[in-house]
Ligand binder design. Structure first.
Ligand SMILES: [Zn+2]
Ligand SMILES: [Zn+2]
Length: 303
């Protein structure tokens, strides 16, 4: 018996000795980001109820950044980054996508430049946030989230603000600006969700995990009652030319997982070219928003 145990221990030692050899094999290649529109469509049908009727956009500020920052290799021609929120309107209420920001955060993001901030529109954003059934976020950057982090209406807005666990983690550990930092205790005031790849959020609406621009970035696939489909891609691309050219940003002040963003741009480019019923919307693309409002594919005001 003793000899048997010894033999077993010996076998274990041999097995352990073999481990460093295994460690020398090259690491597994990075898992590429991917998503499947058929799966996403299915997830979007999981919650019963009437689908949304329309989607509105409102611009409350502008940043003037030359095109080369949004799309690497483009000339340094003038370009407007619209600071926006989106409103998804159901028959019995609406959900806000992103919460905008106050003037101090706009100045902070502008890094010293005097850039347009529209106080009347900013007030409309606050009013819409207070009237919303829920508020959900494309990602945890200051221009999208300050409206529920630093707001006089925190007690009212926090319980209906839905943050992902990853968004909360960034805000707790590595926020874009120190004054966006929240503690775990403060995070508990918000509604925190977690999911792997896709999540059904509301009738006609699926969330798609898309870390890249930030760790907590997510896209939102929304099918309207009319059957028209939308994909809100947040800041995966700042301008739709990034999707058309499969070329990311060149902005030294933003740290992204560029491999993941490139995978996402490739996927979006495929959809852009093949899905004629799908409207892909980048949060900051002023040119695109104007065109979509003119075509009545987006409403140009909040309601
Ligand atoms: Zn961003
Ligand atoms: Zn942004």
């Amino acid at each position: 018996m003793k000899r048997f145990i010894f033999a077993c221990v010996g076998a274990l030692v041999v097995a352990l000795a073999a481990l460093p050899m295994r460690a020398q094999t090259p690491p597994a290649p990075r898992a590429a980001w991917s998503a499947d529109l058929a799966d996403i469509r299915r997830v979007g049908t999981l919650i019963p109820g009437r689908k949304p009727l329309r989607i509105n956009v409102l611009k409350f500020a502008e940043s003037h950044r030359t095109k080369n920052f949004s799309v690497k290799g483009e000339p340094a021609t003038p370009s407007v980054q619209a600071r926006t929120v989106f409103q998804v309107v159901y028959a019995d209420g609406y959900v806000m996508v992103d919460a905008g920001m106050d003037l101090p955060m706009h100045k902070q993001i502008g890094r010293g430049a005097e850039e347009p901030y529209f106080p009347e529109q900013a007030q409309q954003v606050d009013k819409a946030l207070r009237g919303a059934r829920a508020i959900i976020f494309t990602h945890e950057h200051g221009d999208h989230i300050t409206g529920v982090i630093r707001t006089p209406y925190l007690a009212e807005l926090a319980p209906k603000s839905i943050l992902t666990r990853t968004q909360v983690h960034t805000l707790e550990t590595t926020p874009q600006f120190p004054d966006l930092r929240i503690t775990e205790e403060q995070a508990q005031r918000y509604h925190i969700i977690d999911y792997d790849q896709y999540m059904a959020f509301a009738p006609g609406w699926a969330l798609i995990k898309a870390p890249g621009h930030t760790p907590g970035s997510q896209m939102m696939f929304i099918t309207l009652d009319s059957g028209r489909e939308y994909l809100l891609i947040g800041d995966t691309a700042w301008h739709m030319d990034s999707v058309r050219k499969v070329t990311g940003k060149d902005a030294p002040w933003i740290v992204e997982d560029t491999n993941a963003v490139n995978d996402q741009l490739k996927w979006l480019n495929g959809l852009y070219n093949s899905e004629k019923n799908l409207v892909i919307i980048a949060s900051h693309d002023d040119d695109e928003h104007k065109e979509l409002v003119a075509k009545k594919l987006l409403g140009g005001r909040l309601e």
